[in-house]
Design a binder for this molecule. Structure first.
Ligand code: PLP
Length: 394
C-alpha cells in the first residue's frame, strides 16, 4: 500500500546523505573519540567536524555546542543546569503553559526542589506575550525558558523580545528550538539566548542525539557525571554515528534554508490548508493567525474524534497525529490547545499535519482527496455532530 508520512514533527526520515555519512562510523571508523590512537583520533575529528556543522546551523561557535542524547536531555540540562550554581531553592523561574513536557516536567521537579515556577499563558493565537513574561518577573527570577516554535501548532514565539526582557532583568534565557531548527533560520546572537536546545531527529538526522547551545562563559552543572567528555559538560562516550549524522543533517538543513526550502514547504502546507478548509465544512486552523514554522498545520474538524481520524487515515496509508507523539495514547486533551482556549472536545477533534523535505505536492493532493470521506464517516458516527447539524436537515 502507498504510504504518505505527514507526521514529521514526531520524527523525520533520515536523509540518504545523512545515512551515507553515518555508515563508516558504524563499520570501519568505530573508534572512541577519547582514545589517543589513530582510530580514536579519526572519531574525534569526525565529532569536531559535526560540532562545526551544528554550530553553523545556529551561527554559533563550535565550542558552544554540547552534544546530548536528544531534545529531552538538552531541555533537562537547561532547566537543572543552574541549580546549585545560579539558582537555589527559594529562587524563581518563568516558563510557559505551552512548552513540551521535556521542559514542563523538568519544571515540575524543580518546584518539588523548592524553586518557584510561573507558567505564562499564551493568547488564543498560541503565542506567549513578552509583556506577560515581563509581568511575571520577580526579584528572585533566575531563568526564563520559552520555546521557539510549538510542536503542536507550529506557532513561533517572540523569543528575541523575551530574550530582551531576560537580558534587561539580568536573567538567563533558554529556548527549546527543537521544532524550529532546520525549519526557520536561527542565529543565536540575534536571539540573544544563553541556552538553546536542538534534536537531530526533527531535522532528518538520527533519533537519540541532540545538542544544547551553551553561550560562552555560561557555567552549567552537568546532569551526567563521569568522564570529562564534552569539556566536562556531559559525561559519556560520544554517540559517534549519531553525532556525525546530526552534523550532516545540520549542514544539509543550512543549505536547504539558504536555497529557499522553507518557502517551498510553506507552499505545500498552505495548499493542504486551503484544500481542507475549502472542501470540508466547519474546520479551523489552530494558531492560524500566528507566524508559524512552514511545515506545520493543526486543524480543528468539528464533530470528529481525533484518534478515529488518525486510525482511518492510517488505514489509507497516511500518517498524521493528534499532537505530540509522546502524548499519544493519553486520554487527556492537548495541554497546548486547551491553553489556547479550545474546549477539551475541540482539542480532541484537532489534527496535526507536519510536512518534511521528502513530501511532494502530489502527496498533498492525494491526502486532500482522502480527507472529506474520512471526516464525513466520522461525523456520521458523532452524536454531537448529528444533534447539531443533521437534525435540522431531516
Ligand atoms: N522539545 C520539543 C518542542 C519537541 O517537539 C520534542 C520532541 O517531540 C522534544 C523537545 C524532545 O526531543 P527528543 O525527542 O529528541 O527527546
Amino acid at each position: 500500500m502507498r504510504r504518505i508520512y505527514f507526521d514529521n514533527n514526531a520524527t523525520t526520515p533520515l536523509l540518504p546523505r545523512v545515512f551515507e555519512a553515518m555508515r563508516p562510523c558504524l563499520l570501519e571508523s568505530f573508534g572512541n573519540a577519547s582514545s589517543i590512537h589513530q582510530r580514536g583520533q579519526q572519531a574525534r575529528a569526525a565529532v569536531e567536524q559535526a560540532r562545526e556543522q551544528v554550530a553553523g546551523l545556529l551561527s554559533a561557535r563550535a565550542s558552544e555546542i554540547v552534544f546530548t542524547s536528544g531534545g529531552t536531555e538538552g531541555d533537562n540540562l537547561a532547566v537543572f543546569g543552574f541549580l546549585g550554581i545560579l539558582m537555589q531553592p527559594g529562587d524563581h523561574m518563568i516558563s510557559s503553559t505551552i512548552e513540551h513536557h521535556a521542559v514542563l516536567n523538568a519544571c515540575k521537579r524543580l518546584e518539588q526542589m523548592g524553586v518557584a515556577v510561573s507558567y505564562v499563558a499564551c493568547g488564543s493565537d498560541g503565542v506567549v506575550r513578552p509583556e506577560d513574561v515581563q509581568a511575571a518577573l520577580r526579584p528572585e527570577t533566575k531563568l526564563i525558558s520559552v520555546m521557539m516554535a510549538n510542536n503542536e501548532t507550529g506557532a513561533l514565539q517572540p523569543v528575541e523580545a523575551i530574550s530582551d526582557v531576560a537580558r534587561h532583568a539580568g536573567v538567563r534565557f533558554h529556548t527549546d528550538a527543537v521544532q524550529a531548527a532546520g525549519k526557520v533560520p536561527i542565529e543565536v546572537e540575534r536571539i540573544g539566548c544563553d541556552l538553546l536546545t536542538l534534536s537531530a531527529h526533527k531535522l532528518h538526522g538520527p533519533q537519540g542525539v541532540g545538542a544544547l547551545f551553551v553561550r560562552r562563559g555560561t557555567h552549567l552543572r552537568p546532569l551526567l557525571l563521569g568522564g570529562r567528555h564534552e569539556r566536562g559538560r556531559r559525561a559519556g562516550t560520544e554517540n559517534l554515528a549519531g553525532i556525525v549524522g546530526f552534523g550532516k543533517a545540520a549542514e544539509l538543513a543550512t543549505e536547504w534554508l539558504a536555497g529557499g526550502g522553507d518557502q517551498q514547504i510553506a507552499g505545500l502546507r498552505d495548499r493542504l490548508e486551503r484544500g481542507i478548509c475549502s472542501t470540508v465544512e466547519t474546520t479551523r486552523v489552530n494558531a492560524g493567525a500566528a507566524a508559524r514554522v512552514p511545515n506545520t498545520s493543526n486543524i480543528f474538524f468539528d464533530g470528529i474524534e481525533g484518534e478515529g481520524f488518525v486510525i482511518a487515515m492510517d488505514l489509507k496509508g497516511i500518517s498524521v497525529s493528534t499532537g505530540a507523539a509522546c502524548s499519544s495514547g493519553s486520554t487527556e486533551p492537548s495541554h497546548v490547545l486547551t491553553a489556547m482556549g479550545l474546549s477539551p472536545e475541540e482539542a480532541r477533534a484537532s489534527i496535526r499535519f507536519s510536512l518534511g523535505k521528502q513530501n511532494t505536492a502530489e502527496e498533498v493532493d492525494y491526502v486532500l482527496a482522502q480527507i472529506p470521506e474520512v471526516v464525513s464517516k466520522l461525523r456520521e458516527l458523532s452524536p454531537s455532530w448529528a444533534a447539531k447539524h443533521l437534525a435540522g436537515r431531516r
